[in-house]
Design a protein around this ligand. Structure first.
Ligand SMILES: *[C@@H]1O[C@H](CO)[C@@H](O)[C@H](O)[C@H]1NC(C)=O
Ligand SMILES: *[C@@H]1O[C@H](CO)[C@@H](O)[C@H](O)[C@H]1NC(C)=O
Ligand SMILES: *[C@@H]1O[C@H](CO)[C@@H](O)[C@H](O)[C@H]1NC(C)=O
Length: 272
């Protein structure tokens, strides 16, 4: 049994994205499910997408014992950026809601043993209508995130088509690698292509992404949780072998639970 586990693990890691990250499933906090695209900081200062929200979460993770359990990622989702790129064409944070900028926020995380994740989109615009990272902006934006010392990047797929995604997701993997900074790479690609073969190639995903969103967003309801759990259950024969060190299925906010199940599955399989 032990030998079998070892052989399986090394076979998997040979095909995983080679950035040394996420040998175990990433754990942390992401803003979207609860805070959405609330940008009304005047009327809703506690809940709006602003640096204060992420600083607040960082304090909770580091002061309330979560960090010690492994919850180290604090991840920004959509609606963080300014509607306009800067004079050099770079993405920039909304100046009112993130007056300190993303680099300073990343330092805040690092000072507390945490990591910062950020969000972009393969299309012309993000799902929320902010500037996207289409094919011709991939290298520039990857470098910007590396310059800001960001630790993880979620690449969404709104306003892009299958042809662009086929080019863009691997290109971003190369661009992130070329920055020289290890940046965990989360691909929403399969969620835009139905989540299953033949449209989705999980072998390829494992080579270019550390994790991938397979299926729809989780909504704030138990029905939504059940719906996602059912889909993963029904398709487990495809999904379980896709996962391993450095390469994980991501059922959205169920990630910690599902990842633990995946770990158990991958340990149990060789002995079956
Ligand atoms: C880039 O890719 C090479 C080859 O796969 C790997 O050895 C290296 O660690 C990667 N670097 C980063 C920063 O991801
Ligand atoms: C996808 O989008 C690109 C660029 O916007 C366009 O040139 C191409 O025709 C589109 N492809 C399909 C299959 O819709
Ligand atoms: C899936 O991707 C792998 C690795 O990139 C490739 O070798 C294989 O041919 C692809 N499979 C299909 C059906 O396209």
């Amino acid at each position: 049994m032990r030998l079998a586990v070892f052989v399986l693990a090394s076979a998997l890691s040979a095909f995983a994205l080679d950035n040394g990250l996420m040998k175990t499933p990433p754990m942390g906090w992401l803003a979207w499910e609860r805070f959405r695209c609330d940008i009304d900081c005047e009327n809703d200062p506690k809940n709006c997408i602003s640096e204060n929200l992420f600083i607040d979460m960082a304090d909770r993770l580091s002061e309330d014992g979560w960090r010690e359990l492994g919850y180290v990622y604090v991840n920004i989702d959509d609606c963080w950026s300014s509607m306009k790129r800067d004079k050099d064409g770079r993405l920039q944070a909304d100046p009112k809601r993130f007056p300190g900028g993303i680099h300073k926020l990343a330092r805040y995380m690092h000072d507390r043993g945490l990591k910062l994740g950020i969000y972009g989109d393969m299309g012309t615009h993000t799902c929320g209508g902010y500037p996207g990272t289409p094919l011709d902006k991939i290298e520039l934006d990857a470098q910007t995130f590396a310059d800001w010392e960001v630790d993880m990047f979620k690449y969404d797929g709104c306003y892009s088509n299958a042809t662009e995604q086929e080019k863009g997701y691997p290109l971003m993997a190369k661009a992130l690698n070329a920055t020289g900074r290890p940046i965990g790479y989360s691909c929403s690609w399969p969620a835009y292509q139905g989540g299953l073969p033949p449209k989705v190639n999980y072998t390829q995903l494992g080579e270019i992404c550390n994790l991938w969103r397979n299926y729809g967003d989780i909504q704030d309801s138990w029905d939504s949780v059940l719906n996602i759990a059912d889909w993963f259950f029904e398709n487990q024969d495809v999904l379980v072998p896709a996962a391993g060190p450095g390469r994980w299925n991501d059922p959205d906010m169920l990630a910690p639970l599902d990842a633990e199940e995946q770990r158990l599955y991958s340990e149990l399989l060789p002995g079956d």
